[in-house]
Design a protein around this ligand. Structure first.
Ligand SMILES: Nc1ncnc2c1ncn2[C@@H]1O[C@H](COP(=O)(O)OP(=O)(O)OP(=O)(O)O)[C@@H](O)[C@H]1O
Length: 503
């Protein structure tokens, strides 16, 4: 049977840089095809070509075996190609239903009709979404489900999913994969970009590995070993250093009685104290207040009650004061912390441009010094390509993430609030960042690590808090990790004890 959608001998260059070299990928009908490879390997570029967002420099596309030219995203949509992008394409100030109207103006003009269409498309695939919620108020996981529902409402039969699980924990990932499998069984074809080998094993029928823009391996999943996949993807994975220091530091980050709302969820009466040298991990099912908690801790969220202090300095609702007290912050949505259309130099020194910042001399920014600092930062954190004059938008998602985490952990922060710091990173880069988080703690930082990735929290944290419905319902030492207990707490089956869990 001919493939639903295929790239045949596709090459792509941006200026002088060739990022795809004669790539073949064929998506068989009713199957799930994983596209994997290290950060910057060319996965998103291949997907954008399949979605009509970029045009190949050479080679061609076929749908059902027939040659097609996708001159635009609309052309791909007309051929039934739906997209859930990595850098989400939804407009934050609009609702999901309004976003559907925006991409489908000729078919639906009224909000009520768009909301109904979206809800029924979502329900038919077993997804729960809120068509009338503003995108800005949704967490990353809900935004991604919303984008998937929009693709289905547009009549997509071929789904391109760019790292749909990067913000999801194990429960939501399992639920999403159930849906995706059901869609494939119903005749949809799915191309899935992921960095997680277990996901390739669990859900995909076929796998293609890209390396430096070339196909390094293409195989049915059942006939390839993990070792072959890892070698084709990233070569090898470094070990994350275990904690080797005592936790004797003073409290450097303190949240007391914090309540507030953000990203569509409320947090209630949160007490957390993190000592220098300590990594405290926060686990929870997406949408249970993680974003609000991270934003509150970083001084970004205007909380309704409670106080936040960094080294005893009150920073409640004052992000600039938090930054000058030495707080580093990696938000869940990386676009909020980088300048997509400015040079990497500007993104790299963004947080140090205030009065007294390290590149400010007599009220003027010393751009030469800022640029050479940026070159060194890019090199140290393996951001590719390491050119400070590029814009952040032209970096691959993983390389943007490396830049952001590198910028924040650089310069010995007092406190680091990190939300999904290894989101979108390949196995090698994730291990490096986990090592950097431990190194920051060993150098005395208090780290609050919010992550959907249980393995990451187990690997890196000293202490684990479980967040459910906006409350901390359980707390345990990482050495006492107990999957059944953590699973029960995450599922909301442990009620908060009188006076709260010990934190
Ligand atoms: N618009 C652009 N202009 C210049 N270079 C670009 C542009 N878009 C992508 N690139 C470059 O193409 C290469 C491949 O990027 P791409 O986003 O496809 O990688 P990826 O495999 O999806 O990576 P990641 O896992 O980090 O998301 C990178 O080196 C990137 O910098």
């Amino acid at each position: 049977m001919s493939s639903d959608l295929a790239l045949l001998g596709v090459s792509k260059s941006f200026g002088d840089a060739q990022v795809l070299h004669a790539v073949d990928v064929a998506l068989a009908p009713g199957t799930i095809h994983a596209l994997v490879g290290e950060n910057g390997a060319g996965k998103s570029t291949a997907l954008k070509i399949l979605a009509g967002l970029e045009q190949p420099t050479e080679g061609r596309l076929t749908v059902g075996g027939e040659p097609v030219v996708f001159g635009s995203r609309q052309a791909a949509i007309r051929h039934g190609v739906g997209l859930v992008a990595q850098q989400l394409s939804l407009i934050p100030e609009l609702t999901l239903a309004e976003n559907l109207i925006l991409v489908q103006p000729e078919r639906i003009a009224r909000r009520g009709r768009a909301a109904r269409l979206l809800r029924s498309a979502a329900e038919s695939a077993g997804l729960t979404i809120e068509p009338d919620a503003k995108v800005r108020e949704l967490g990353l996981a809900q935004r991604q489900l919303g984008e998937l529902a929009i693709a289905l409402a547009q009549g997509a039969r071929i789904l391109l999913l760019d790292e749909p699980t990067s913000a999801l924990g194990p429960f939501e990932t399992a639920a999403l994969f159930d849906r995706v499998r059901a869609l494939a069984a119903g005749g949809y074809s799915v191309l899935l970009i992921t960095h997680r080998l277990d996901e390739v094993r669990e859900v995909a029928d076929d796998v293609t590995v890209l390396s430096h823009g070339r196909v390094a391996l293409a195989s049915p999943v059942s006939t390839v070993s993990d070792d072959q996949l890892v070698r084709a993807m990233v070569g090898s994975i470094p070990d994350v250093p275990r904690r080797g220091h005592e936790l004797t530091g003073d409290v450097r980050l303190e949240l007391r009685g914090v309540s507030g709302s953000g990203a569509g969820a409320r947090i209630h009466d949160i007490d957390v104290a993190v000592r220098g040298g300590e990594v405290v991990g926060v686990l929870g099912v997406a949408g249970n207040g993680q974003t609000a908690l991270a934003e509150a801790a970083a001084g970004v969220l205007p909380v309704e009650a409670g106080t936040i202090a960094v080294d005893g300095v009150p920073v409640t609702g004052r992000p600039e004061r938090a930054a000058s007290a030495g707080l580093a912050y990696v938000p869940e949505v990386r676009e909020e912390a980088l300048l997509p259309d400015a040079t990497l130099t500007r993104s790299a020194v963004l947080r140090t441009l205030g009065g007294g910042g390290r590149f400010v001399r007599r009220g003027l920014v010393d751009w030469k010094a800022a640029r050479s600092f940026t070159s060194e930062l890019l090199r140290r954190h393996d951001v590719r390509p390491p050119n400070p004059d590029l814009t952040a938008r032209t970096l691959s998602g993983g390389n943007q993430q490396k830049l952001l985490v590198g910028r924040e952990l650089d310069g010995a922060p007092a406190v680091a609030v990190l939300h999904g710091p290894t989101q979108g990173l390949d196995l090698h880069a994730s291990a490096v960042i986990r090592g950097e988080i431990r190194a920051a703690a060993a150098a005395g930082a208090a780290v609050l690590l919010v992550s959907a990735d249980i393995d990451e929290i187990r690997d890196v944290a000293d202490r684990i808090l479980i967040l459910s419905k906006g409350r901390i319902v359980d707390a345990l030492a990482a050495d006492d990790f107990d999957s059944a207990r953590v699973g029960r707490a995450m599922a909301g089956l442990i009620a908060q004890t009188e006076g709260g869990a010990s934190r």
